[in-house]
Design a protein around this ligand. Structure first.
Ligand code: SF4
Ligand code: SF4
Length: 492
């Protein structure tokens, strides 16, 4: 057994660790909690595949000793720990030039990161070119393999593949063929994948569980085409959710997340990268953060407010009142009305009304919307292995929630994959802005003067001038979701 390190837990102020790596490689981690949040610490997160090799971490009076020995090719310096001993001390440990993040759920731990790892996340990319003997789906499988998806221990684990099935009428959403590649890969690694999304707030074909499943099937998502089941994560009426704490959240203390997504052991997001009218762009952060919110979650993300009732549509059936646990719905003159002093903003009445008479106000500021999306994403991903894939094709100006899809604004670029959703989205933003514009698209109607930091045209803010995509990236870095810095690795 190799003695790896001894010192005080890195929980308060300056900490000294005698590292097996020698004094010259010690980190100055006196401000580690503020610094760590920029490091993308979950980039390589995975479960320990060899728990039988674990050795206990011994703690007393704030001192700890940690022992380890190399136990796998993926985890050359793996640490072993007894969570019961560790939780009272800290959730971040620094050992020489290494940093470990320990999950608060027993017997999980995360991989070790060097400082270099933490500054820059790897994003893997393959373009859209194909050969006669090799199609894009084969390239996609190779891409996610090279990106390291097999570092996650999928064996006997439920895997939520977060996807957007596409509003019927939209033609830019991802083809189910892409989902099949991901589901097949997960199954080959021993996992139990399912495709999932939550119901929408707005009136459409995906605002309740049953029509959502119909819409998915209509768009080609069936177990036959993808090799796995579709599950609407927040149930038939969008009310089946779990309140998940948002660690470090400024806007949301808890996030209301669809239950099936939280029931999964692992989250993989498969995202169509495009523009978005509310957040500037829609990629991994938007798909996870907005899409995983139940009806109450989406209400909190959009407006922090209470729904309204259109009395011209209401027929006074009183079904909504049955679903209101707060007694907030009253009837005057045969029409429903909401008492805001009693309303908790749960959104359950919206799903209950088959007449679509209940609606929410979309009044969240763009900045608050972006930050809440990021906080919801963090709530979904914290403490679980996760992996992300962005397909940058048919880059339409608007979300796939629209029942139409306007012409693409740039040519198709390719597929990106990695463990860090922030780096992934930033790499896609840069790639899109570096691409030539399709002049016949909506861009022909826009002021094209805005530029990004590289001097390229900033298509996202030129198309949606009231949005600022930068806020998603900067706030995600600020709360430790990942890093906006990335190294792009091309996979042929
Ligand atoms: S469920 Fe809809 S239609 Fe029925 S009373 Fe409530 S708001 Fe009116
Ligand atoms: S949002 Fe929730 S609390 Fe408010 S009226 Fe509707 S069901 Fe009742």
């Amino acid at each position: 057994m190799q003695k790896f390190g001894k010192g005080r837990a890195a929980g308060g102020g300056k900490t000294l660790v005698e590292s097996a790596y020698g004094a010259s490689q010690h980190l100055n981690y006196h401000a580690h909690r503020n610094t760590m949040k920029y490091y993308g610490i979950e980039v390589l997160g995975f479960y320990c595949p060899y728990p039988r090799y674990c050795y206990p971490l011994v703690s007393s009076g704030g001192e700890f000793q940690m022992f380890c020995r190399p136990i796998s090719k993926n985890c050359g310096s793996s640490l072993a720990c007894h969570m019961e001993d560790l939780i009272p001390l800290c959730d971040l440990l620094f050992l020489g030039d290494l940093c470990v993040r320990l999950d608060t759920e027993a017997w999980r731990f995360y991989h070790i990161y060097s400082e270099a790892d933490m500054n820059e996340s790897k994003v893997f990319f393959t373009d859209m070119r194909t050969r006669f003997d090799e199609g894009l789906l084969v390239k996609m499988e190779r891409l996610i393999q090279k990106a390291g998806i097999d570092q996650i221990d999928f064996k006997q684990k439920y895997v939520a593949i977060k996807i957007h099935f596409g509003e019927p009428g939209n033609l830019a959403f991802l083809r189910p063929n892409f989902a099949k590649v991901v589901a097949d890969k997960i199954k080959s690694l021993g996992g139990m994948p399912f495709l999932t999304d939550c119901n929408t707030l707005y009136v459409g074909r995906r605002n309740q569980g049953l029509n959502h499943l119909d819409a998915a099937a209509e768009n080609g998502y069936t177990p036959l085409s993808t090799g796995c089941q579709n599950i609407i994560a927040d149930g038939i009426r969008g009310a089946d959710d779990i309140d998940v704490p948002v660690k470090g959240g400024k806007y949301c203390k808890v996030a209301h997340i669809g239950r099936a997504i939280m029931d999964a052991d692992i989250v993989v997001s498969l995202n169509h990268f495009k523009g978005h009218e509310g957040s500037g762009f829609g990629g991994a952060l938007k798909n996870i953060g907005m899409g995983s919110g139940s009806r109450a979650g989406k209400m909190a993300v959009h407006n922090d407010g209470k729904p309204n009732i259109d009395k011209n549509i209401c027929i006074g059936c009183k079904i909504c009142a049955r679903f209101c646990a707060h007694g907030a719905i009253a009837f005057n003159g045969g029409k429903a009305s909401i008492d805001e002093s009693k309303c908790a903003g749960c959104g359950r009445c919206i799903g209950a009304c088959s007449k679509n008479a209940i609606f929410t106000n979309w009044d969240s500021s763009n900045e608050a919307l972006c930050c809440k999306i990021v906080e919801y994403t963090k709530a979904v991903l914290d403490g679980r292995p996760h992996f992300h894939i962005n397909v940058v094709n048919q880059v339409s100006p608007y979300c796939d929630c629209h029942a139409e899809s306007d012409a693409a604004v740039i040519p198709d670029i390719g597929i990106f994959a990695g463990f860090d959703p922030v780096a992934l989205d930033k790499a896609c933003i840069d790639a899109v802005n570096a691409a030539p514009a399709i002049q016949s698209s909506i861009l022909s109607e826009r002021d094209r003067s805005r530029r990004d930091a590289s001097g390229n045209e900033d298509y996202f803010t030129n198309i949606h001038p009231t949005t600022d995509w930068r806020k998603q990236i900067s706030y995600a870095e600020e709360i430790g979701l990942g890093s906006g810095k990335y190294e792009l690795v091309t996979v042929k």
